[in-house]
Design a protein around this ligand. Structure first.
Ligand SMILES: C[S@@+](CC[C@H](N)C(=O)[O-])C[C@H]1O[C@@H](n2cnc3c(N)ncnc32)[C@H](O)[C@@H]1O
Length: 215
């Protein structure tokens, strides 16, 4: 079973706990700084969103001249009420022909540091995008108020991405919760008792976007 599709899926809580995921998605970049960044750098044409979750980001980046194809392995995450051509698949084995897409992006999905087959996923991404297309990976930068609640390091490794030929840009955004109780609920879920200390509704959050163009 090691090589089947399901063994390549990183377990994610969102499908089992959609209410908590709703808080995460609504609050983590409430002012849409990450969306703004992606919107500015993504070209027109056909774009693949790898590990698209429920299509939250894809929905916001859809434009008249930009078709987004969300690819997501977890059936429970796929929101078929959202008007997309959904694709079910994993980063390590993307179910599309070579040179199909004008860009790829992935937000907080699969390309986390520590994932052993990260290069397998990158190879697949390089295969399915056209020459000259940007590949953009969004992750935690660390060194911010949000990460300070974590008992372990949740920042991505800039040097590892630079070694792989990516450039990077830091996006300054915030978690903005409706109440301290909501902040406590999410941070306690993420960080256990360290998250219980949260006593504010706004938390500085630094995000990093790694970009490489296929040559
Ligand atoms: C933290 S969520 C992020 C979802 C979405 N990108 C967003 O920003 O809302 C991570 C997603 O990656 C998906 N995922 C897990 N394993 C994956 C894999 N091998 N390839 C692609 N996506 C994967 C999960 O099912 C989950 O939906």
């Amino acid at each position: 079973m090691r090589n089947d599709k399901s063994s390549k899926v990183i377990p994610f809580y969102g499908g089992q706990n959609p209410e908590l995921f709703e808080i995460e998605r609504r609050c983590m970049d409430r002012e849409g700084k990450v969306i703004e960044y992606l919107d500015a750098v993504l070209p027109s044409g056909i774009v693949i969103d790898v590990g698209a979750g429920n299509g939250y980001t894809a929905e916001k980046l859809l434009r008249e001249n930009r078709l987004i194809i969300p690819m997501e392995p977890d059936e429970k995450m796929i929101d078929s009420d959202k008007n997309f051509i959904w694709s079910r698949g994993v980063a390590q084995s993307i179910p599309f022909h070579a040179n199909t897409f004008d860009a790829m992006y992935s937000t907080w999905a699969f390309f986390f540091d520590g994932i052993k087959d990260i290069d397998e996923g990158l190879k697949e991404v390089e295969r399915v995008v056209k020459k000259g297309s940007p590949m953009i990976i969004v992750d935690n930068y660390g060194d911010d108020e949000f990460s300070s609640f974590s008992p372990h390091d949740i920042s991505s490794s800039v040097s590892d991405w630079v070694k792989r030929g990516f450039t990077y840009e830091v996006i300054h955004t915030e978690f903005i919760f409706d109440s301290v109780a909501e902040a406590k609920k999410l941070l306690t879920f993420y960080f256990g008792e360290c998250g219980e200390r949260v006593n504010q509704t706004r938390l500085e959050y630094k995000v990093v976007a790694y970009t490489k163009t296929k040559i």
